[in-house]
Design a binder for this molecule. Structure first.
Ligand code: SF4
Length: 326
């Protein structure tokens, strides 16, 4: 029986830097590119060759020229990178890094739902499985959803999946009446409007910004609603010194980097939990990045027909989004 080993704070920091250097060294040796989402922990964001939101990462993944893509994000993002780069090896540091929103839309159930609306096209949020993408006409992200929907004639009947909060928000912005799949992101949907009201009362000079995956009562309170990138831009350009942020906590790293003089207040889900940390995103660690590169697994493998059929709606989105800033 071994006694537990306790490390001092300095030893932990030193180990973290050692692991970081090993990841960077291996990435160089293996001609790997590291893509990271803004919801990753700060240490991972800092070593990424490119970090971004879902749209920017999909755009970048379509242009990658490396032998290996190490994707510090969640499963559907790594799948998208694989679909856009079928000949490259795509690694996800932890295969358990899924997504509650993607899981809220099982393919068999969605097929039946789609069959009930035969004259509708399907626009799917990128936060869905590759199989759902094969059932879609075009993909969107929160950064381009309005433009994608608006690219269809006003009288075009549309199913929007899987996020009902984002779908409802787009219906409101565009005046459409898309049929919505009943899915949510467990991180954004749980953010509490009561807690926000409390924060607003305590900080009357602060602006509130929210991601459109949040529930309707939260969006009603927001001064600005936008995608991850749009929220970052808002924070950089806002004259407000204090901003209440209703989304996943990882975003604070970039916000604070862009505007060190501003104060950012993250909206807690409730008094007792930190449920606005996406448990899936936070499964990735520096050590898992290292092991993934060393062992070249876990690798994302998809059936050829799924890759082929899922690619067309993603490429259609990328074509429709070319004018949006990368
Ligand atoms: S924050 Fe929500 S939508 Fe994003 S990966 Fe986590 S569970 Fe999925």
């Amino acid at each position: 029986m071994f006694a537990p080993v306790y490390l001092t704070k300095q030893e932990n920091t030193k180990n973290m830097y050692v692991m970081r250097d090993k990841v960077l060294q291996l990435a160089k040796e293996k001609n790997a590119v590291i893509l990271a989402h803004y919801y990753q922990t700060s240490d991972i964001q800092e070593i990424a060759d490119f970090k971004g939101d879902s749209l920017a990462l999909a755009q970048r993944a379509s242009e990658v020229d490396a032998d290996i893509i190490l994707f510090a994000g969640v499963h559907f993002m790594a799948e998208t990178a694989k679909i856009l780069n079928p000949t490259r090896k795509v690694l996800l540091p932890d295969l358990e890094a899924g997504c509650s929103l993607a899981e809220s839309c099982p393919a068999d159930d969605f097929r039946k739902f789609k069959a009930l609306h035969p004259d509708h096209i399907v626009i799917s949020y990128i936060n869905c499985t590759a199989e759902i993408k094969t059932l879609s006409d075009v993909i969107c992200t929160s950064g381009n959803a309005v433009q994608i929907v608006e690219s269809f004639p006003k009288d075009q009947k549309i199913i929007f999946a899987p996020d009902k909060n984002l779908g409802r928000y787009i219906n409101e912005v565009t005046g459409r009446q898309m049929v919505l799949w009943d899915g949510t992101c467990e991180v954004h949907d749980i953010l509490s409007s009561e807690r926000i009201m409390k924060l607003k009362i305590e900080n009357p000079d602060a602006k509130l910004i929210a991601h459109p995956e949040c529930a309707h009562p939260v969006l009603l309170l927001a001064d600005f609603v936008g995608s991850t990138t749009a929220m970052l831009e808002y924070c950089k350009n806002s004259s407000s010194e204090k901003i209440i942020v209703a989304t996943e906590t990882g975003i604070l790293h970039q916000m604070q980097k862009d505007s060190p003089e501003k104060e950012f207040l993250i909206v807690p889900a409730d008094e007792s939990c930190s449920c606005n940390d996406c448990a899936y995103m936070k499964l990735n660690t520096m050590e898992k990045l290292y092991l993934a590169l060393k062992n070249e697994k876990p690798e994302i493998i998809l059936p050829d027909d799924v890759m082929e059929n899922a690619k067309a709606p993603i490429v259609r989105m990328l074509d429709l989004s070319k004018h949006l800033i990368k």
